[in-house]
Design a protein around this ligand. Structure first.
Ligand SMILES: CC(C)(COP(=O)(O)OP(=O)(O)OC[C@H]1O[C@@H](n2cnc3c(N)ncnc32)[C@H](O)[C@@H]1OP(=O)(O)O)[C@@H](O)C(=O)NCCC(=O)NCCS
Length: 178
């Protein structure tokens, strides 16, 4: 009997966590690194990660990695908490929903792992990323002074954001992290 054929227009399967593969497949780590380097090209604070750094990160227990042809997300889970460590979409593939899809998938996976709270840090000046995270329910919960430097060496604050997977949170009106 032949395998069932997916209905035309059927949704693609959800992206799997490939941290274990990234940790031991140098070609895959190189692909991930190329995406990261294309995204962290000096326009936003943050440094491109080498393939070795990505493989090393992915090898640590709790690491989580989502890889699309044009986008990458790295995170980690530690008990009831998770961290979205980095997110990158190639410049030519932006505004097509890839960053949103990977971030939403991250939230699904950490929720399934029993995570209560997820955190990330994003440069205060990184409006696209902040808009993306806010649209997906992440709320600003704090600030780290002078956490990043831009290409000119200027210090830039980081905004700490939190997601409580599966719960709807509203940004506190008195928040001063914008
Ligand atoms: C931030 C980043 C990952 C977004 O990736 P993306 O694949 O373009 O994001 P999406 O297409 O899924 O956008 C989802 C939503 O985010 C917001 N957004 C994304 N880019 C935006 C921009 N340039 N300006 C304003 N809002 C933006 C919008 O709300 C957008 O929804 P819409 O397109 O329906 O309006 C990408 O711009 C990137 O790689 N930037 C450099 C690296 C970086 O900043 N990483 C995050 C910090 S760790």
């Amino acid at each position: 009997m032949s395998a069932p054929v997916a209905a035309e227009g059927a949704a693609p399967p959800p992206l799997p966590d490939i941290a274990a593969r990234l940790a031991c497949d140098p070609a895959l780590a190189a692909q991930a690194s190329a995406i990261h380097a294309a995204a962290f090209n000096g326009e936003v604070p943050g440094r491109a990660w080498s393939a070795a750094e990505i493989a090393g990160f992915a090898a640590v227990p709790g690491a989580l990695a989502l890889l699309d042809a044009d986008a990458l997300l790295l995170g980690r889970v530690a008990g009831p908490e998770a961290e979205l460590v980095t997110l990158a979409t190639r410049p030519e593939a932006r505004r097509r929903g890839l960053g949103r899809a990977l971030t939403a998938r991250f939230a699904e996976l950490v929720a399934a792992a029993g995570v209560q709270e997820a955190f990330l840090e994003v440069a205060q000046t990184n409006a696209p990323a902040r808009a993306l995270y806010s649209a997906l329910g992440w709320v600003a919960v704090g600030r780290r002074r002078d956490y990043y430097r831009d290409v000119n060496g200027n210090r830039i604050d980081a905004v700490a954001m939190r997601l409580r997977p599966g719960r709807h949170e509203v940004q506190a009106s008195g928040d001063r992290t914008s």
